[in-house]
Write a protein that binds this ligand. Structure first.
Ligand code: UD1
Length: 339
């Protein structure tokens, strides 16, 4: 299938492009390079041995998206392109609502006008808010998200659900990601945050590389085994493969269809457990201190992923140690660190 990948030069997008190619599909990228680098395209080429076609375009430009869908004979879309910084979304909610909501609506309109039926949407476990218990299943009620970013994910899910409820002839699916970490084992592609990283693993690898002086662990007084938050850290290659599985599921549907799937490992790890795994597998000591809680952080969340296992025939293959090894290999490559 010819699959349009919006945000295909980004962290999860670039890994998914590789896995789509590996599974025999033809990915075509749309990216405005707002928060991604063209170097990712070279990284993809180094892995798969050929150029992937890309368009430098904003997916809110409906006419341009329609033209690409037509000329590339697009069969389906994976929509990654979105702003994703939780803190920034609190500072500038209009930017988040404008970009994340309009891009999704525009894509749906373009799909309708071009007769493209299949879409996989990047959602997030943030739609569960602070859950009463973990693991959360897809039946766990959504709670108000703790940020405008989170609201955009919940609202986009609603767009898709309501379009199908109205009888729109499409097959749509939301994947609720837990915490994607790691990098491609080749170290050709990985996460490239601009400025000071707000996510845990890039902050760890930049600290180990000497770019940041020390990591602050946000809170050690939570009611968890070691007092730090629990998250479901999933290797980005496993997550990328879930998108291929999602497309294969959509291809079996002939009628209007919408569903949501958790995509995680099914296991929770604390922040300190992740740091310990990083130190152990890479044989180094990380400079970190225990600090106050970060406002807005959910105490603990991890996913029940049995629905994806059953209906998408997908499961994770990599361990937390794999993620920590690959994340560090990638950081070393980016910084030119030997060893
Ligand atoms: C958040 C969002 C998630 C989104 C992701 C993308 C929520 C509830 N979650 O995940 O939906 O997809 O961002 O950016 O909105 N930590 C430290 N020190 C640091 C950085 C992080 O201790 O310097 C801790 C945090 O307190 C947290 C864990 O590491 O417990 C993971 O944090 P982070 O990587 O920022 O992801 P989430 O906040 O879980």
């Amino acid at each position: 299938m010819n699959i349009l990948v919006t945000g295909g030069a980004g962290f999860i997008g670039s890994h998914t492009v590789v896995e789509l190619h590996n599974a025999g599909h033809t990915p075509i990228i749309i990216d405005n390079f707002d928060n991604s680098e063209k170097t990712a395209l070279q990284g993809i080429k180094n892995i798969i041995g050929k150029d992937v076609k890309y368009y430098e375009e904003d997916c809110r430009n409906q006419a341009a998206v329609e033209e690409i869908m037509k000329s590339e004979n697009i069969d389906g879309v994976i929509h990654f392109a979105a702003h994703k910084a939780v803190g920034e979304s609190v500072q500038n909610p209009i930017k988040y609502y404008e970009n994340n909501l309009i891009s999704t609506l525009t894509l749906l309109k373009a799909m309708r006008s071009q007769g493209v039926k299949n879409l996989v949407f990047s959602s997030s476990c943030t739609v569960y808010g602070e859950p009463d218990t973990s693991p959360v299943t897809e039946e766990t009620p959504r709670k108000p998200a703790t940020s405008p970013y989170g609201n955009t994910k919940a609202m986009c899910e609603d767009f898709l659900r309501d379009a199908i409820a109205s009888g729109e002839d499409m097959r749509l699916l939301s994947l609720r990601y837990f915490n994607p970490v790691g990098a491609h084992p080749s170290a050709e592609i990985g996460e490239l945050p601009t400025g000071v990283p707000s996510n845990l693993v890039p902050f760890i690898t930049q600290t180990a590389a000497g770019i940041r002086e020390k990591l602050t662990v946000f809170g050690n007084d939570y009611p968890t085994a070691d007092g730090t938050n629990i998250r479901d850290f999933i290797h980005v290659v496993d997550l990328a493969k879930a998108h291929v599985a999602a497309f294969e599921l959509l291809a079996t549907k002939n009628e209007a269809y919408y569903d949501v799937f958790n995509v995680g490992t099914g296991e929770g790890n604390t922040v300190l457990q992740l740091i310990t795994a990083f130190e152990k597998v890479n044989n180094l000591k990380l400079n970190y201190e225990l600090g106050p809680r970060r406002p807005g952080d959910v105490e603990q969340i991890y996913g029940d992923v049995s629905k994806a296992a059953k209906l998408m025939n997908w499961k994770t293959e990599k361990t937390l140690e794999d993620s920590m090894q690959d994340a560090w290999r990638w950081e070393k490559k980016v910084r030119g660190i030997e060893g």
